[in-house]
Design a binder for this molecule. Structure first.
Ligand SMILES: [Zn+2]
Length: 238
């Protein structure tokens, strides 16, 4: 373990957790951010149930990809197994966020995927944000947090996690991810924003259809992928 790298990761994850709170995406302590150092396979994650004003970088709990706590007295977030399983499967991601933010959770509770109604959505998500199946009884009785990841991974057999960096877990709430913890928080904020916009649009025009494909593709692909041209060269663009 490279100490300097791990301290930097803890600092990054701590800052990302604070950002999540600042953006108003956290209700009470329902919200957590993690990050991974791919070289060592070490994950830093928010401790379980601790109020945000009591957090500090060194309190970010370190766990490995087999769920072992490597350092610290605090218990890691209760959602740790979900995060870790996603890191194991989605090999290109560096950060994960889970919240119960109001509008995204409203869609998750309604058991509905979030259709792409406009370019704000298409800038981040290349198509609808899927909603998982409702968890079965036997899954709830097994390892609940692992099964939450199973639900997500089953859903993403039909989607590309790099083109759709988020999901609505049925009856529960959203998970988002990105190349860094900060990016994952940004995706969480955008998911909440487009979830709210979608409800407003549907209020104005019930039965509204999704954005047309050419417009959706244009917006996503000018920002992402090989031929992206949005923003300044050499800079990471949002
Ligand atoms: Zn939750």
């Amino acid at each position: 373990m490279n100490r300097t790298t791990i301290r930097r990761l803890q600092e990054q994850v701590y800052q990302a957790n604070l950002e999540l709170k600042e953006y108003g995406l956290v209700t009470a302590t329902f919200g957590n951010v993690s990050g991974i150092d791919r070289a060592s396979g070490i994950v830093a994650i928010k401790p379980s149930g601790l109020p945000y004003d009591q957090l500090s970088p060194e309190k970010m709990v370190l766990v490995d990809l087999q769920y072992n706590v490597l350092e610290g007295e605090l218990k890691p977030s209760s959602d740790t197994k979900t995060h870790v399983m996603l890191y194991r499967s989605f090999e290109q991601i560096g950060g994960i966020v889970h919240t119960h933010s109001t509008y995204a959770t409203a869609w998750a509770q309604a058991l509905k995927p979030l259709p792409c109604y406009g370019t704000t959505h298409a800038d981040i998500f290349h198509g609808q944000v899927p909603c998982t199946a409702v968890m079965r009884e036997d899954q709830i009785e097994r390892d609940y947090e692992e099964e939450t990841a199973v639900q997500i991974l089953e859903t993403f057999q039909l989607y590309d996690y790099q083109q759709i960096p988020g999901v609505l877990v049925a009856s529960h709430g959203p998970f988002t991810w990105g190349q860094t913890p900060e990016k994952a928080v940004y995706h969480s904020l955008m998911l909440e924003t487009i979830a709210e916009m979608a409800i407003l649009s549907l209020n104005i025009t019930p039965g509204l259809k999704a954005i047309k494909k050419s417009l959706m593709d244009k917006h996503f692909l000018r920002k992402h992928g090989r031929n992206a041209y949005y923003g300044q060269p050499g800079k990471e663009n949002r």
